[in-house]
Ligand binder design. Structure first.
Ligand code: GLA
Length: 463
């Protein structure tokens, strides 16, 4: 059977590195399950498969929407789609976890009505809407079956970008169905805008990681758009002899939308204030550039001069709130809340420096120093950006005190989710046992610990 043969060869290419035969067989079963449900649901064979992985961010948190630097890597957990183009604009979708994710359908347009908050269809709607806004009548509908079940699916709600896996996979499926061959950067940028549909004003990191992942490598990404509309990226080899271990705090970050947008807002207020002195400033990223021409010391002084806290009332009265939230229709500035400007900006500026330094030390093979930068990044995310929670702190401490750990930090947006630790490969079993024991004492639960591999980015397999 051609399908089985080409599928096996493809799976070997995608999942082959560092995996054994049994693992490839398991992957084959996932794809076959999606194809079977496709036949049952739509009465014909799927015409293609596509997949998009989750990601773990190694360093560079909350810098992407400030046009700064990030360094994520795609992980070997993904969402797969079996699909078939339709001649009309209808999208119909089923999920292999039918009990959790009910089937749905919608018609593609430039303004697709959303389903209720948190509904899984919104990621596919967002991808379809953004594609339609860009390519209009060229976009076609599709029948889709989605599979992202544990343990191979991208874990949900733990900061590993399951939402991005779904958005990128859906955009890839719809673009392929429409005969649009989207170049990687275009796909990643459009998918990131497609995700705004669900209400968070995130940056481009997750989607670029999902599209540009490569086994054994991290992605150094400069989130400042170049004049030709593209972004500068570079793949950095991860040091041999170390593993990334994802330690799930078990706290799901479900209600982060408003706090996430609050951080975006606070950074924008900082930029607005700094512009009084430097009108040429476009984002916090520019602070550290020739555009402004400040030395590190001068820049540190400038940051200290920003107000620590400003009330929403004051920002509304001065028109600052209105000036910086024009493209955030769902965000409300609360008059009675204090917004923290100085420490947010300080985190972003210092984090950018850490990412640039991380790329250098990794290229030089200095895993120890990279581990220290991860620790520093964690402290900054905790103290200046204030995105940590007690369970994550307990997990960072558990990881940090375990054998073989070089560095550990909260990863992703924050307010729960995973800690990423860099661990000496030989010490991984002891590390896992120690973290498990310590975190269990804290939470009374056995934590989920995942030794992950960096993985290949999103792809389509026509059948
Ligand atoms: C979320 C967003 C990303 C990024 C991170 C924080 O994952 O989707 O764009 O802002 O948070 O670094």
């Amino acid at each position: 059977m051609r399908e089985r043969h080409s599928l096996s060869a493809w799976l070997q290419e995608v999942y082959g590195h560092g995996h054994d035969e049994a693992e490839l067989e398991t992957q084959l079963v996932r794809y076959q399950e999606a194809a079977t449900l496709f036949r049952q649901s739509f009465g014909c064979e799927p015409a293609f498969f596509c997949r998009a992985p989750g990601r773990v961010n190694l360093i560079g948190e909350h810098t992407d929407y400030n046009c700064g630097f990030v360094m994520p890597t795609a992980i070997d957990r993904d969402i797969i789609i079996a699909g078939r183009p339709r001649p009309d604009m209808l999208v119909r979708a089923h999920n292999v976890e039918a009990g959790k994710y009910e089937p749905f359908e919608f018609v593609i347009s430039a303004q697709i009505p959303p389903a209720g908050t948190g509904h899984w269809s919104n990621y596919i709607r967002g991808a379809a809407q953004r594609l339609c806004q860009e390519y209009g009548a060229a976009v076609r509908g599709a029948d889709l079956v989605v599979a992202g079940r544990a343990p191979h699916g991208t874990p949900i709600g733990v900061g590993l970008s399951s939402s991005t896996s779904l958005t990128v996979a859906a955009m890839l499926a719809l673009a392929h169905s429409s005969g649009l061959a989207l170049e990687g950067q275009r796909l990643a940028a459009l998918a990131s805008e497609g995700e705004w549909y669900v209400g968070t004003r995130g940056g481009i990191m997750d989607q670029f990681a999902s599209v540009f992942g490569r086994g054994g490598h991290a992605l150094f990404l400069d989130c400042l758009r170049l004049p030709d509309g593209t972004y500068r990226l570079e793949r950095i080899p991860l040091p041999a002899g170390y593993r990334l271990v994802l330690c799930n705090s078990g706290v799901r970050h479900e209600n982060t939308r408003s706090e996430f947008n609050t951080r975006v807002f606070e950074c924008r207020v900082g930029v607005y204030m700094l512009r009084q002195q430097w009108p040429q400033l476009r984002s916090l990223r520019d602070l550290d550039s020739e555009r402004i021409g400040l030395s590190h010391e001068e820049l540190n002084r400038v940051l200290e001069e920003l107000p620590d806290e400003v009330s929403g009332e004051e920002l509304l009265r001065q028109g600052v709130a209105q000036a910086v939230t024009g493209d955030m229709p769902h965000f409300r500035v609360e008059p009675g809340r204090l917004y923290r400007v100085r420490r947010r900006c300080r985190h972003v500026v210092c984090e950018n420096r850490r990412v640039v330094q991380s790329a250098e030390v990794l290229k030089a093979g200095n895993a120890e120093l990279f581990g220290q930068l991860m620790d520093e990044a964690h402290r900054s995310a905790r103290d200046d950006y204030e995105v940590s929670v007690p369970a994550v702190e307990a997990m960072v401490e558990a990881a940090r005190s375990a054998p073989g750990c070089l560095g550990a930090r909260i990863t992703g947006a924050g307010w729960g989710g995973c800690v990423v630790a860099l661990v000496e490969e030989a010490a991984v079993p002891e590390f896992l046992a120690a973290v498990q024991e310590r975190y269990c004492l804290y939470s009374g639960r056995v934590p989920e610990l995942l030794v992950c591999n960096s993985a290949t980015g999103a792809q389509v397999l026509p059948l």
